[in-house]
Design a protein around this ligand. Structure first.
Ligand code: FAD
Ligand code: FES
Length: 347
């Protein structure tokens, strides 16, 4: 099977990952095809009050066992309902959706999607830095395995507002050759945000590719820091989603437009709205118009034009109700308390 699959799945395990919840389901079709960076949409089968499934990054996929695992934080009715299911219950699972992380590649302008895979590399497999914020670390586990299988040296950098909100730091320590930890409050690791140690890490590890997932302010800052060091950066965004299939336009992200996109040079100076469910959730960090999200990178070398009147931009004509039933706002700042604390200081 190659396309997204819909399954009514048996919950085989439920547990905790620190403050987060872990859910393992028997979903053979999803497990067989899921790739790092993709997501699944899930809701409890018994809960008729939830109109829409909720999106979660694939944290683990075991094709042999036919199981898929997600980790999530309880922030509202959908995740609260999921936190209430247990082994023997059933959940509706749809996926895997979205474009996965692409293999490491040299810097290249891009119309929004992750860079096209490149075969071969000079000087051996490129070193990669994986940056995760809070539960945004979830998709980096699968990715680390893929990169190690390619022979890439992997360094991991994770951050959270406080120690309790780091996702599985002990397991993260086994993902690569080094782990660096930051917390906003200094309760463990280095006090500060994930971008603080990045320049030193990038130089020391001779990093050729950065991958990041976490709250939008963090992704903007990580993209800026990587670009300033001349290192390409792929980001997995967690923009709010409804349909997950490209129909509703609730998940749009502004990306720099370019001829021949995706993969072409971003030279027109205009932006367009990309649906992160089908063109993402993984984007080239240098192609996201962070300024239009109100997250304007200010550092040198990023090459993003500030938002300006008249930018070509196809704003979705209509919004449909968001996952919680209310209207889905446009460029809403990240309100989830666990995620807001993981970002960069005012970018
Ligand atoms: C591609 C993708 C991958 C994701 N991966 C994970 C994951 O691995 N683990 C996880 O815990 N969550 C993940 N999320 C976020 C998750 O989908 C939301 O937390 C969930 O939909 C909230 O549903 P709810 O009904 O519990 O809360 P709602 O009532 O829908 O929302 C409760 C609060 O959370 C905020 N919120 C909801 N969705 C988002 C979002 N996407 N970004 C920022 N704030 C949001 C709302 O504004 C509100 O303040 C992911 C989202 C996407 C799009
Ligand atoms: S979530 Fe509906 S178009 Fe992306």
């Amino acid at each position: 099977m190659t396309g997204p699959a819909g399954e009514r799945c048996l919950v085989v395990a439920r547990g905790r990952a620190g403050v987060y919840h872990r859910l393992t389901v028997a979903a053979p079709a999803v497990a067989a095809t899921a790739r790092a960076g993709q997501f699944v949409e899930v809701r409890p089968a018994a809960d008729q009050s939830l109109l829409l499934r909720r999106a979660f990054s694939v944290h683990a996929a075991d094709a042999a066992a036919g199981t898929v695992e997600v980790v999530f934080d309880v922030v509202g009715p959908g995740t609260r309902a999921l936190a209430g299911v247990g082994p023997g219950d059933t959940v509706d699972v749809l996926g895997p959706f979205g474009r996965p992380f692409a293999p490491p590649t040299p810097p290249a302008g891009n119309g929004g999607g992750p860079p096209a895979p490149q075969t071969g590399s000079r000087g051996g497999p490129p070193a990669c830095l994986l940056v995760g914020g809070g539960y945004g670390t979830a998709p980096l586990f699968l990715l680390a395995g893929d990169l190690r299988a390619r022979g890439c040296p992997v360094d991991v950098l994770i951050g959270a507002s406080t120690a309790a909100r780091l996702l599985e730091p002990e397991a993260c320590a086994r993902l690569g050759r080094s782990l660096t930890v930051t917390t906003d409050d200094g309760s463990t690791g280095r006090r500060g945000v994930v971008t603080d140690p990045m320049p030193e890490l990038l130089a020391r590890a001779r990093t050729r590719q950065v991958y990041a997932c976490g709250p939008m302010p963090m992704l903007a800052a990580v993209s800026r820091t990587a670009a300033a060091a001349g290192v390409p950066c792929q980001v997995a965004v967690e923009e709010r989603m409804a349909c997950g299939t490209g129909i509703c336009f609730s998940c749009v992200v502004p990306v720099l437009d370019g001829p021949g996109e995706p993969g072409g040079p971003s030279s027109t100076g205009t932006t367009r709205m990309a649906r992160s469910c089908i063109e993402g959730p993984v984007f080239d960090g240098a192609a996201v118009a962070w300024a239009e999200l109100g997250l304007a990178p200010t550092g040198a070398g990023v090459g993003l034009a500030p938002a300006a009147p008249g930018l070509a931009r196809s704003v979705p004509a209509a919004r449909i109700p968001g996952p919680s039933g209310g209207s889905t706002p446009g460029r809403e700042p990240d309100p989830a308390p666990d995620r807001a604390g993981v970002g960069e200081r005012a970018p």
